[in-house]
Design a protein around this ligand. Structure first.
Ligand code: FEO
Length: 400
């Protein structure tokens, strides 16, 4: 596929699709693949913005040379983000274009040395510096921890293009459509939230800082390193990122339970039915053994209500619930209503450990936990119904 995609006259998308990788960062399932986006500015001076993952050398070089030819040199490689899904071809590019200058901030330059043992032909830039390519001028904004400490964004001043690194990115390949007005955004919104909640979500305050820093910048295109290029509905993508990084939840409830033989699962269904009877429509019920935690985190990021259930397992939490709780703690998610249920079995360890998590978390535990002794009694069922009622009431009060 050698036909390049113009964003503007001289600015080109030269990204690639990965449909074979099973796990992003060797952790996160990719049922719809992932796109690694890179960009080329063909001015008096030629600049690349980031590269792509290391397996795509020939496809990537062919795309570059279909635009600039085989003889023209590349002057700059701007590294907005060092994670190897974007710096994977950095070393290969320096070998093919030995005069190329690598541009990054102080942290980036150190990391390039650490990752690739490259410390020559580098140019260190800082906040507000401008790189002149001829007709195009690039200004640099430091946006640390969106997603790694060295992350920065590059703003092209003439066409108002923000090269945003991972920010505003998404899982999912670009299957023909490259721009937001060429794809079904409903598919991308779910994968964008899964990307955000799992990859960037821990750094909400830093995302907020970045959004504020860029609030006065006139942006007409957002070119992320993953997912579609935004040129039509920038308000949508910015408002989603704003909401997620402020930990704002929509009306709705995620119930996640861990069960061996179904008793805790039955309690989950009772709670879900109670919520529905109280008028809550967005209710997602998950068996934690069945659904990968990345999907659980994504929905928990979306909705304000969270109800966790665990049976006891070896006097502790059921392992998939323990993993989920660990991920929630790690990401510092805040501002959620929480309720807890589970079964004691013969040892306990499910409900009491979830209560320990509740005490340490920034969630509001809204009502008494319900712990059945193996299977739920009439009293336990009443307790589950009450969890649904109290949760629904809290969500409705928020709305009013
Ligand atoms: Fe797409 Fe943080 O790398």
């Amino acid at each position: 596929m050698l036909n390049s995609v113009n964003i503007t006259k001289d600015v080109h998308y030269i990204g690639v699709n990965n449909r074979t990788l099973e796990l992003f960062e060797n952790l996160w399932p990719l049922p719809h693949g992932v796109a690694y986006n890179s960009y080329l500015i063909n001015d008096e001076k030629v600049a690349l913005i980031d590269t792509v993952q290391g397996d795509y050398f020939y496809e990537y070089i062919d795309k570059i040379q279909s635009i600039i030819g085989k003889d023209k040199k590349i002057d700059y490689l701007i590294v907005n983000h060092m994670e190897p899904d974007h710096s994977g071809l950095l070393r290969a590019i320096t070998k093919l274009y030995p005069e190329i200058k690598i541009v990054g901030n102080k942290k980036t330059i150190g990391m390039i040395d650490d990752f690739y043992r490259i410390n020559e032909n580098v140019e260190t830039i800082d906040e507000g510096d401008v790189l002149d390519l001829g007709n195009h001028k690039l200004k640099f904004y430091m946006t640390p921890m969106v997603h790694w400490p060295e992350t920065m964004m590059t703003y092209e001043e003439n066409n108002n293009i923000l090269f945003s690194g991972d920010a505003f990115g998404s899982f999912g390949t670009l299957d023909g459509g490259i721009f937001d007005d060429q794809v079904d955004l409903h598919l991308f919104e779910d994968e964008m939230r899964r990307y955000y909640s799992n990859i960037v979500g821990k750094y909400g305050p830093m995302v907020q800082k970045a959004i504020k820093k860029l609030s006065d910048v006139d942006i007409k295109y957002i070119c992320s390193t993953h997912g579609p290029i935004w040129r039509n509905d920038l308000d949508l993508v910015i408002s989603l990122y704003d909401k997620w990084s402020k930990y704002e939840g929509e009306e709705g409830v995620v119930i996640v339970y861990g069960t061996m033989y179904g008793n805790t699962g039955q309690m989950a269904d009772t709670i879900a039915r109670s919520l529905a009877q109280e008028g809550i429509k967005n209710i997602k019920v998950y068996d934690a053994s069945k659904t990968h935690p990345s999907y659980l985190l994504s929905d928990i990021w979306k909705y304000k209500g969270l109800i966790l259930g665990s049976c006891a397992y070896n006097a502790s939490l059921f392992p998939p619930i323990r993993e989920l709780v660990h991920k929630l703690k790690n990401r510092n998610l805040k501002n959620r209503y929480l309720a807890i249920f589970g079964s004691y079995s013969w040892s306990g360890g499910g409900v009491n450990n979830l209560e320990k998590f509740a005490a340490e978390s920034k969630f509001e535990l809204i009502t008494d936990s319900v712990e059945a002794k193996s299977s739920a009694t009439e009293e336990d069922i009443k307790g589950c119904i009450k969890i649904g009622q109290v949760m629904a009431k809290k969500l409705k009060e928020d709305k009013n």
